[in-house]
Design a protein around this ligand. Sequence first.
Ligand code: PAF
Length: 280
Amino acid sequence: MTAPILRTLPELRAMTRPWQLAGETIGVVPTMGALHDGHLSLVAVAKDVCDRVIVTIFVNPRQFNNPEDLENYPRTEHEDAKKIDRFEVDGLWVPDGEQMYPRSFATTVSVTGLTDVMEGAHRPGHFDGVATVVTKLFTQTSATDAFFGEKDFQQLLVVRRMAADLDLPITVHGCPTIRDIDGLALSSRNLLLSDRARTVAPRLHEEMGGIAAGLAAGDAFCALRAAAVDRLEKAGFSEVEYLALHAQDDLAQLDAPTRTARLFAAARLAGVRLIDNIAV
Ligand code: PAF
């Protein structure tokens, strides 16, 4: 069964209203399209957990701090719809910019604290854009459950904070990062890597694994980090924006894994910005 594509809010509400009245659970998988197996794994979990599933596709201009990045972001709606077919989801919510942000739109949802570091520090305004659009996607779809990948771990925490603070009646589920066979975390941006850059890209995850092993053996984080950055730059990464240890719950920066921690990285390779994180 091909899922209906809804492009206006009245159409979407007409679809979800009977589900709500029947007391059915509604899962939402928010995406910006260019779907890969990571997204599809979220759809599969949503199908297991919820009575109804809506996948959203909207390339959200408000979360891009760089106009070139927004312009280059892959847009593949037709292929995306085909990839989702086999999951028999109940609807694809594909609003356009005017539907999402009419000219009079004047509201921003802003989460403080968790957004001070990493993506928040390096991409000003990014998380305001994410929190605003995700709040809208949650209320538009009337979802009871939402599914996010741990690849964007900071985003997952920000969305959870926003949903709790705004008393939104929704459970936010975090799902494991899906990786290619060589360890590269799946991301829509991987489509932008040249063949050569694609062979180098897995080095990021490899170096992160090396740091995790070093920490487990009792080595000092700052030495492990410095050596890894040096090797990444030699391998072709032009800029390592951050390679840092943060507490898993509040994202406080750590010098050593004294609390449950994750290692986070963002680095540029041939003009493409890659991010990743692993538990340590
Ligand atoms: O992770 C993404 O693809 C986006 O940040 C999201 C959650 C769909 C909001 O635009």
